[in-house]
Design a protein around this ligand. Structure first.
Ligand SMILES: Nc1ncnc2c1ncn2[C@@H]1O[C@H](COP(=O)(O)OP(=O)(O)OP(=O)(O)O)[C@@H](O)[C@H]1O
Ligand SMILES: Cc1ncc(CO)c(N)n1
Ligand SMILES: [Mg+2]
Length: 502
């Protein structure tokens, strides 16, 4: 027994699912995901499968009474934030789950309606459909069917396009869950992996390039468990879904070429973040491609155009900005913090990272994704020790020496400029395209160009032919304008066109 003093609450998930002896999917995947996301995971087993990378050889259902015993044991003892379900192989097992959830109400319920394994083996047959539709879906916070499962729940309709996925999500929402995510991992002929999210009013399409790998066994279980873990830590639903999508994406990318088992469907590594950068055991989720269209806010410009920081950020994101930096040189701390918190919420719901210029204290207080510092701000190694391994740190560099130091100190990217003269920063030396090229050549880190860049000259910057130049950062080109949205869209288009030419 513990006293109520000095107790530390740990986010807790309960997974109710089947065991996969190959450990790529099912209970084993769920526990690994939660551990990787810093969340405790208890497990109630509904069935045991004899399964490997070649397929499912055999399935053994646990007696419903024994599933009920397990549920009672943990639900009466633990304080779960979220219950997540995977394989629920019979109506009797769904029935005991429903009964236990009535006896021990939970805060959030994530339902992954597992029916068929990727290898084609039936894990839960059509006998579960009516109890799912009538009793389980109506109490779910989110359901995460793949296209085949969505089709089965809707009586066998055809789902072959993103448009079909949107209408399926809408029909499934009408069955009662608060949110629906139809996963498109198995959609035929697509260069992208697209999931469709519907909240009852709005749709979001979560897109990522399809990763070419055999190691996709367990993507569905992983996605749903990661959503559950993020919800348990207090995320909003859309932000949990985005984090989960990125987690699967990063895990697949990291595990693209690993070889476990001899079959067609290998497992992937859920602990990629511990291994990505062994020297420093960093587990950054930073994606250098996010530097593509980097929007930097400016308090003076917002004042001039009578715009709140929140409106500025919303418009920049809607126009295609891929990362946001708040640079509020003149704002009072209290006001800046309030604005920053609101912007963090907006950015999270859109899967866009938010950085704070210079102010480590604000970044910590609003739980921003990272900071950007200049050469005369706090040194990068000290920033890293204050922010910890997960946050993004960018640093401004004008010379190859500074670029090398930034890498040694543990920065994630470099902002290099001013490339062209600018009014935003007084007395700032311009390094020109040649200076930018030199920094890129010397840098082991990804680089974003900054300083006087806009629609008219963005192409010349992107053409310097440096593989680590990932994009441009802009201030006036977006925010010293009548319409931020229009300018962001135009600049995004220009950048995309120049990228395709390269
Ligand atoms: N090759 C891939 N590249 C990138 N993302 C992928 C790929 N395959 C699946 N995903 C993503 O993985 C997540 C799970 O989707 P998927 O449609 O594969 O679920 P599932 O069929 O339930 O998976 P499972 O194999 O566990 O049954 C989705 O976010 C999907 O977009
Ligand atoms: C036990 C189990 N649950 C879920 C899936 C779906 O990936 C699987 N293959 N095995
Ligand atoms: Mg699945």
């Amino acid at each position: 027994m513990t006293t109520t003093e000095n107790v530390k609450k740990v986010a807790q998930v309960l997974t109710v699912a089947g065991s996969d002896s190959g450990a790529g999917a099912g209970i084993q995947a769920d526990i690994k995901v939660c551990a990787a996301r810093g969340v405790y995971c208890a497990s109630v087993i509904t069935a045991v499968t004899a399964q490997n990378t070649r397929g499912v050889q055999s399935v053994h259902l646990l007696p419903p009474d024994f599933v009920s015993e397990q549920l009672k044991s943990v639900l009466s003892d633990f304080d779960f934030d979220v219950v997540k379900t995977g394989m629920l192989p019979s109506p009797e097992i769904v029935e005991v789950l429903l009964r236990n959830l009535t006896d021990f109400p939970v805060r959030a319920l994530v339902i992954d309606p597992v029916m068929v394994s990727t290898s084609g083996h039936v894990l839960a047959g059509s006998s579960i459909l009516s109890i799912f539709r009538e009793r389980l879906l109506p109490i779910a916070d989110i359901i995460t069917p793949n296209v085949k499962e969505a089709s089965a729940l809707l009586g066998g309709i055809r789902i072959q396009t993103v448009e079909d996925m949107r209408s399926a999500a809408k029909s499934l929402h009408a069955m009662g869950p608060r949110f629906v995510l139809v996963k498109g991992g198995d959609l035929p002929d697509s260069s992208e992996s697209v999931d469709v999210y519907f909240d009852g009013k709005e749709f979001h399409e979560l897109r990522s390039p399809r990763i070419s790998t055999r190691n996709t066994h367990g993507t569905g279980c992983t996605l749903a468990s990661c959503i559950a873990a993020e919800l348990a830590k207090g995320s909003s639903m859309l932000s949990a879904v985005w984090v989960a999508k990125r987690f699967v994406d990063d895990a697949l990318e990291y595990s693209r070429d690993i070889a476990i088992g001899t079959g067609m469907q290998g497992p992937f590594d859920h602990f990629f973040s511990l291994k990505k950068n062994p020297q420093s055991s960093r587990c950054s989720t930073f994606n250098p491609d996010d530097l593509f269209l980097y929007a930097v806010t400016d308090s003076r410009m917002n004042k001039k155009w009578n715009r709140s920081i929140v409106d500025a950020v919303k418009a920049a994101i809607e126009g295609g900005s891929t990362i946001i930096q708040l640079r509020e040189k003149e704002a009072e701390t209290r006001e800046f913090l309030e604005g920053a918190k609101a912007c963090v919420e907006i950015c999270r719901s859109n899967g866009v990272s938010l950085l704070i210029n210079d102010r480590i204290d604000i970044a910590l207080a609003c739980d921003a994704d990272g900071v950007h510092v200049g050469q005369s701000d706090m040194p990068v190694d000290l920033v890293r020790s204050l922010l910890g391994p997960d946050k993004i740190i960018g640093v401004s560099c004008k010379t190859p020496e500074q670029a090398h130091q930034a890498w040694k100190d543990g920065a994630d990217y470099i902002g290099s400029g001013g490339v062209f003269p600018t009014n935003t920063k007084a007395n700032n030396r311009t390094i020109g395209l040649d200076g930018l090229k030199e920094v890129c050549k010397a840098s082991k880190l990804p680089v974003v160009a900054i300083g006087g860049i806009g629609i008219s000259n963005a192409e010349s910057v992107m053409r310097i032919d440096a593989p680590n130049l990932k994009g441009v950062a802009v201030v006036s080109a977006l925010f010293d304008q009548v319409c931020v949205l229009t300018q962001a869209k135009k600049l995004h288009k220009t950048l995309k066109e120049s990228k395709m030419e390269n």
